[in-house]
Design a protein around this ligand. Structure first.
Ligand SMILES: C=Cc1c(C(=O)O)[nH]c(=O)[nH]c1=O
Length: 312
């Protein structure tokens, strides 16, 4: 059986990789991902200037997932482009993703210009869904701004580009977002980022567990799988077929991956579970997915991708 896939006409020998923000903040972590069974990696979202991010503690793992309010700490886009372009030279047939995010459309354009000038030949992920920068609303919930950003971006950037979206919770919002996204030559849509502004409490200390924003932060893990699957399938149903779906959210075993692909994902990304288990998780997830495919008689992911059945 093969878990190979393709995104933006590029081949990946495995449909499993990391989610931006997890195990991808510096060269060390990116090199560990590069050596793992993951078929690719995506960097932490790079900004125009490096950022320290929010005060710690800003990440907390729970039995069912995680809460984070990192505040977009990153080495700056230039750093990630340098590292990835160097790794790319060592492995010319591998395809990598670089994530970036600006605080307004002009910054997004500047970031993409940096990507183009750097000679990066991989896939760009424009993050429209960071929930943890105090005072900044999630771009992905401002439909007019999303439309304006994509209109402006696709005037100047000609390489393969996908967007990382926040979770939506309303059918009309799926319709409205799909109508906007279908206007642009996107390589893919990546659903979902963390569910923004949740609250996790330590009841023994009667206290929140992260310092920023009085303990409010993005939720990941088991808590968000139903929302992630719904967003993957909603966009799979609505987007034109050359816009692929990357499924992110609640993946910790082969069954979770199988479900994301059944909903229409062409690639899946792992966040919280990778944070807990480390890059060895990719070998386990690949083994588990292959075992499920073998049991069900599927040879390749195209055999079951998007084939979720409804009850008539
Ligand atoms: C890029 C910022 C993000 C962050 C962060 O750096 O706080 N956390 C998330 O869960 N998702 C993000 O997109």
């Amino acid at each position: 059986v093969s878990t190979a896939t393709n995104i933006a006409q590029k081949k990946f020998d495995n449909c499993i990789m990391n989610a931006s923000g997890v195990w991808c903040s510096d060269e060390n972590e990116l090199t560990e991902l590069d050596r793992s069974e993951a078929s690719s990696f995506v960097t932490k979202s790079g900004t125009l200037q490096p950022r320290k991010g929010n005060p710690q503690p800003r990440y907390f793992p729970t039995s069912l997932g995680s809460i984070n309010s990192m505040g977009l700490p990153n080495q700056g886009l230039d750093y990630y482009l340098e590292v990835v372009n160097r790794l790319q030279q060592r492995k010319p047939h591998k395809n990598y993703f670089v994530s970036c995010t600006g605080f307004n459309v002009q910054e997004d354009i500047s970031l993409l210009k940096k990507v183009a000038v750097s000679g990066f030949t991989g896939v760009v992920e424009l993050n429209l869904s960071c929930p943890n920068v105090p005072g900044k609303p999630q771009t992905g919930y401002d439909f007019e701004t999303v439309d304006n950003i994509l209109k402006t971006v696709f005037k100047s950037y000609k390489g393969p580009l996908g967007v990382k979206l926040p979770p939506y919770f309303d059918i009309v919002h799926f319709n409205q977002m799909a109508q906007i996204l279908n206007k642009y030559p996107l390589a893919y849509v990546n659903s979902v980022n963390s569910i923004g502004n949740g609250l996790y409490i330590d009841d023994t200390q009667e206290q929140v567990v992260i310092k920023p924003k009085n303990g409010f932060g993005g939720i990941g893990g088991d808590y968000i799988k139903p929302t992630a699957l719904a967003n993957v399938h909603a966009f799979y149903q609505r987007l034109n077929p050359d816009i692929q779906i990357i499924g992110t959210g609640g993946i910790k075993n082969g069954r979770d991956i199988f479900e994301h692909i059944l909903c229409g994902a062409s690639m899946v990304q792992v966040g919280t579970a990778l944070m807990k288990e480390g890059p060895d998780i990719f070998a386990r997830l690949t083994r588990e997915l292959k075992a499920i495919m073998r049991d069900k008689g599927y040879e390749k992911i195209a055999d079951f991708k998007g084939k979720l059945q409804y009850i008539e």
